[in-house]
Design a protein around this ligand. Structure first.
Ligand SMILES: [Zn+2]
Length: 105
């Protein structure tokens, strides 16, 4: 059993909210679940950018004076942003659950 540091109530180890005072367990003031959702959101943005990059590349390469290579360049232009958001999502999902959790109220 864990103990709430605010009201000293015994709490189930899996509980993330203190039933007697409403304190919440989390990392940097937010429950783990919020961080994981934020991580999923980052993955969503990364996936969206992949689709956007393919669409942009297709659109650019279908132009009158452009080739598939121009489309590839357009796609590559978005790759750093895809990687950035994918890395953010990965970091949130892998690092946050390992950080020490605290009780917030
Ligand atoms: Zn409490």
């Amino acid at each position: 059993m864990a103990q709430c540091p605010h009201c000293m109530t015994e709490i189930h180890d899996d509980a993330s909210i203190c039933p007697s005072c409403g304190a919440m367990r989390g990392v940097w003031g937010h429950p783990i679940g919020n961080w994981l959702r934020a991580g999923n959101f980052m993955f969503g943005i990364a996936a969206f950018l992949v689709v956007l990059g393919i669409a942009l590349g297709g659109w650019v390469s279908s132009g009158y004076a452009t080739t598939w290579f121009d489309g590839l360049i357009a796609f590559l232009f978005l790759v750093p942003f895809m990687l950035l958001f994918a890395a953010l999502g990965f970091a949130l999902r892998s690092i946050i659950p390992r950080l020490p959790q605290h009780w917030y109220r």
